[in-house]
Write a protein that binds this ligand. Structure first.
Ligand code: SF4
Length: 502
């Protein structure tokens, strides 16, 4: 049947929702791909490259932008080098095109390995393998086995370029065999969908399973979505999902209307604030807590990166918080601030310099103010990594004062909507400090910026711009903590503060 080219990912899209595939081909401009999805592509590429490095003497089929050429190159490689592994071997059958991540020759035929960057086998992975195996069989490729390789989270990289053990493989011969008869049905179903009009399919559970569909905005544009109350049940911090469900069933959708017997003390406080619109602030207790803190005060925040493929010795996919940046506002006398920062964008292991610079700046007297236990955990990890620096690092941890429990205990504003994150608290105490005007405005974007900076193909101008954005973002995080501390302390003026020369 003449028609649109199909691929493994298009079959997956059709299996998720025929309308998704139809829109992908006929209304592509409507597609809204999230940054998260783009990041997943990038991770997938990194893991694919590792799989190739693990298989020496392999031949990479280039020409991936010219599919006809890739198919010819695959055919030629199979004929000329039947005993060498092939990467991205490209086949098609009746317009369905697939690329096999790794084809390894064995005595009984080829072992086909599909490489995934996830940490477990998902059912759509098996579908992917079946589609590939079916096309290869139609091309008379003798398959000895079909495998899925995925990330072993227990792998610890030694820093020596050796990634053996990062991927663990599972054989899926039986599962794939069971699905082989289904594949031609999927193919003809997808073709029928594409040849017809836009399918009438209402949004539902399929929109997020197995992936978030990039056409949700389009499909949900005319839906009669009931307006969410200003204070939905979600603002009742710590409300169990089962109780939330029960309350919805009972007809309670607004946190202000929930009978008090369902709520604990904190949730009752949130409900009261939501009803009255007035913040709760135990000024006296907050001031007392803060007054006990001497000067200088160090306000500290880390930015970390979590590469799926570990880059540095001692890191693993399951212990991924590698600090590449810290910001510290030092309040050396009330209202007198100095700012210090560390940022390593060389792409080399940033941990030692991060630890040493931290000690240089913080290894003095004075409380180290943080917001959550994240910084303490990172300092402990640095101490484990560098035993000679451990005493100095751990002494920093002994001085840590966490502002988060203090804020939780003494302050709540209804605009925080049940969250004590710094980004929820800040607009209610220091609206002049804004994250939404920054290019990098959260931890995920900071990670992404870092990865882009250290990528060898990123242009110098872009690197400079992103580096500047990281400076601004991390500095704002610690300035926000300064302002929170001043607020809790009840200082009359919350703005500014004097900055000494850097
Ligand atoms: S948003 Fe939902 S209904 Fe629309 S195409 Fe995607 S999966 Fe289908």
């Amino acid at each position: 049947m003449a028609g649109y080219g199909l691929s493994k990912s298009r079959i997956t899209a059709w299996r998720q929702c025929p309308k998704r595939l139809w829109l992908q081909i006929h209304r592509r401009k409507l597609l809204e791909e999230s940054d998260q999805v783009k990041r997943l592509y990038q991770i997938g590429n990194e893991v694919g490259e590792i799989a190739q490095r693990l298989c020496p003497d392999g031949i990479l089929i280039e020409d991936q932008n010219n599919l006809a050429a890739a198919i010819v190159a695959t055919k030629s490689a199979l004929e000329v080098n039947p005993n060498r592994p092939l990467f991205e071997a490209t086949f098609q059958h009746e317009g369905l095109l697939v690329r096999a991540d790794v084809l390894l020759p064995t005595r009984k035929g080829y072992r086909m390995t599909e490489v995934k960057s996830s940490a477990s086998v998902k059912s759509y992975h098996i579908d992917d393998c079946a589609v590939q195996a079916w096309v290869l069989k139609q091309n008379n490729i003798r398959l000895a086995s079909v495998e899925l390789a995925y990330i072993d989270k227990s792998f610890v990289y030694q820093g020596d370029g050796n990634y053996h053990g990062l991927l663990k493989a599972v054989r899926l011969d039986a599962e794939v065999k069971e699905l082989l008869d289904q594949v031609p049905l999927w193919v003809s179903g997808a073709r029928t969908t594409l040849a017809g009009d836009e399918p009438c399919i209402e949004p539902g559970a399929q929109c997020d399973d197995p992936f978030e569909c990039p056409f949700k905005a389009y499909c949900m544009r005319d839906m009669d979505i009931p307006e969410e109350p200003e204070y939905p049940l979600g603002v009742l911090s710590g409300l169990r999902e089962s109780l939330k469900h029960e309350l919805h069933e009972l007809g309670y959708h607004d946190a202000r209307h929930v009978p008090v017997e369902y709520l604990n003390d904190k949730q009752s406080m949130i409900q009261r604030a939501s009803k009255t619109g007035k913040p709760k602030f135990d000024k006296h207790a907050a001031k007392q807590g803060m007054a006990a803190l001497p000067y200088p005060r160090y306000y500290l925040d880390f930015e970390t990166v979590s590469p799926a493929v570990p880059r540095w010795a001692g890191t693993s996919p399951s212990s991924p918080h590698v600090p590449f940046q810290w910001s510290c506002h030092i309040e050396y006398a009330p209202g007198k601030l100095r700012h210090d920062m560390f940022l390593d964008v060389s792409g080399n292991d940033p941990r030692q310099e991060c630890a040493e610079s931290l000690i240089r700046v913080l290894a003095k007297d004075g409380p180290v103010l943080v917001f959550s236990s994240f910084e303490t955990a990172r300092i402990t990890e640095l101490a484990q990594r560098f035993p000679d620096l451990a005493p100095a690092l751990l002494s920093i941890n002994e001085r840590v004062v966490d502002l988060l429990p203090m804020a939780r205990k003494h302050y709540y504003h209804p605009a925080m909507k049940g969250s004590w994150s710094l980004k929820a608290v800040l607009p209610t105490i220091a609206p002049d400090l804004r994250y939404d005007e920054l290019e990098v405005s959260n931890g995920g974007e900071a990670q992404h910026a870092y990865s882009e900076i250290i990528h060898p193909e990123t242009a110098q101008d872009r690197k400079r711009q992103l580096t500047e954005s990281l400076h601004e973002y991390c500095a704002l995080d610690t300035l926000a903590m300064v302002r929170l501390a001043w607020f809790l302390e009840g200082r009359k003026t919350n703005k500014g503060g004097d900055y000494a020369a850097q």
